[in-house]
Design a binder for this molecule. Structure first.
Ligand SMILES: *Cc1c(COP(=O)(O)O)cnc(C)c1O
Length: 474
């Protein structure tokens, strides 16, 4: 994988042969061992094996944090082979690093769990860097015409940063048109926005904060019938509840900052792609292994790389992902039911509630992974994650009153934490896009986004109750 052709010397060939043997062994370990494990085992170990530890890492049972800018080589042949990407390498940490490597493999395997094709992953410094990494390669010029029109189709209900990136960075600054889908459950609306200049379809689900959802398989089929890839932002679900690639999506972006790093220790992102994805506008190398391609070429040149320290902190949080998401989803359900019956609350948006208009659709896709193999459940179980939103009666003023009265729940523009966190999207995450943009995305001024953490749900409910009852009493 290289921009230029390289002359292979006999010395280089020696390293290439050695690497081929190593890669065959690794592939065997993945196919015959790791891929046979259940989700929890993969989350705990990923690709870090006893053999790796003993041979390369002094037997350390935890993946080491390699805080090194670069790797040294035995001789010029090894260096030449490494820098031409003919052998696996850590050459320079903007490109590759052992710590980010184990993080990438864990996510590739978790997002690819239950999928019978192959997946790979490119780590990024944040969720926004993941989105940039995923979408930009499809927007390159394909002909000699520098002014060829380009567009893409995306769900209007999306994270505020994504909305800004698509409207400001791509549309206003680069003249690449974003065509918003207002009702992503309407396949005709998606179809009506695709033309010969469309480069990809993009959807966030469940969306943050409105709980938008769509039929992944149908939208993927539509994309593929036009030779286009479907990119999904699956941050809110995490692979513990939803793995879009196994439903036809080509690429998943994760703001690993959120539930994947529930401790809140920092920012982190990932792009996970199926091998041999669909994209009629792209070259064969990009399609064959999108994630490795963007890692070794695009991101080498752009530099949105992940720090090794953060990679291992996130990896460490991911080990218990399934049980954590299960627990927090159950608590969120209890809190949603409580709020639904509260006299100060106008409406509750949570996909787990049977009267949510998208409940039935979401229930076809959102399952706690491996519940059927869990002694506690022994059968498939729906779970809907720990993000919900609700609207407070009496408008923006009452909403701020309630918000200011919260005592245990943190007021912060954050989600995915082991600690419960609330925000008012209209004055925070979705403030930049203005009233019109908020209307498009369905963000009223009295909406509160709540992400329920690992506390006992009774304590979360008690805090919400006292804050709601305190409205107008200051
Ligand atoms: C937070 C978030 C992002 C952006 O991720 P960062 O890590 O903050 O850059 C993207 N998508 C969704 C759904 C998010 O919640």
């Amino acid at each position: 994988m290289s921009d230029d052709a390289v002359n292979i010397t006999p010395g280089m060939q020696h390293y290439i042969d050695k690497a081929a043997k190593y890669l065959a062994q690794r592939d065997d370990y993945i196919q015959n061992t790791v891929k046979k494990w259940k989700f929890d085992t993969i989350a705990v170990h990923g690709l870090y094996s006893v053999q790796d530890a003993i041979e390369d890492y002094q037997g350390a049972i935890i993946e080491p944090i390699f805080m090194s800018s670069s790797q040294a080589y035995r001789d010029s042949d090894e260096m030449a082979a490494a820098l031409a990407y003919m052998i696996p390498t850590w050459c320079y940490s903007r490109i590759a690093n052992p710590s980010t490597y184990y993080y990438e493999w864990a996510l590739a395997l978790l997002e690819g769990y239950g999928f019978d094709g192959e997946t790979s992953c490119c780590s990024t410094s944040s969720g926004m860097a993941a989105i940039m990494t995923a979408v930009h390669p499809f927007l390159v010029h394909t002909g000699s015409d520098a002014f060829e029109p380009r567009n893409f189709v995306a769900t209007a209900q999306c994270y505020g940063g994504t909305f800004q990136h698509f409207t400001m960075r791509l549309q206003h600054e680069r003249n690449i048109e974003v065509r918003w889908v207002l009702d992503p459950t309407d396949l005709d609306e998606w179809a009506s926005k695709i033309d010969k200049n469309t480069r990809f379809l993009y959807g966030e689900l469940p969306s943050n904060p409105q709980q938008g959802f769509f039929d992944i398989q149908k939208v993927a089929d539509l994309a593929h019938s036009h030779g286009l890839p479907l990119i999904c932002d699956s941050t809110v679900a995490t692979p513990a509840l939803l793995r879009p690639i196994s439903h036809g999506a080509d690429i998943v972006v994760q703001s690993a900052t959120k539930t994947l790093t529930s401790s809140g220790f920092g920012l982190c992102g990932a792009v996970i792609a199926r091998k041999n994805l669909v994209s009629k506008h792209s070259d064969d190398a990009l399609k064959a292994d999108f994630a490795l391609n963007v890692k070794y070429l695009t991101n080498r040149d752009n530099g949105p790389n992940l720090h090794p320290m953060q990679a291992i902190m996130t990896l460490n949080d991911m080990r218990t992902l399934r049980s954590k998401v299960d627990m927090m989803s159950r608590s969120t359900m209890a809190v949603a039911e409580f709020l639904q019956n509260h006299p100060k609350v106008e409406s509750v948006q949570y996909l787990g509630l049977p009267d949510h208009p998208l409940h039935e659709l979401a229930s076809r896709y959102m399952w706690l992974v491996d519940a059927e193999h869990d002694a506690q459940y022994g059968k498939p179980v729906n779970r809907y994650g720990h993000l919900m939103s609700f609207c407070v009666k009496g408008g923006a003023g009452n909403t701020r009153d309630f918000f200011d009265g919260l005592q245990r729940i943190w007021r912060a523009t954050d989600l995915g934490r082991i600690k419960s966190v609330a925000t008012i999207p209209a004055i925070s995450t979705h403030q930049q896009q203005g009233e019109e943009g908020r209307q498009l995305a369905g963000i009223p001024a009295n909406m509160v986004r709540l992400c329920v953490g690992g506390e006992h749900p009774d304590d979360v409910k008690a805090d919400l109750d006292q804050a709601l009852n305190g409205i107008g009493k200051k």
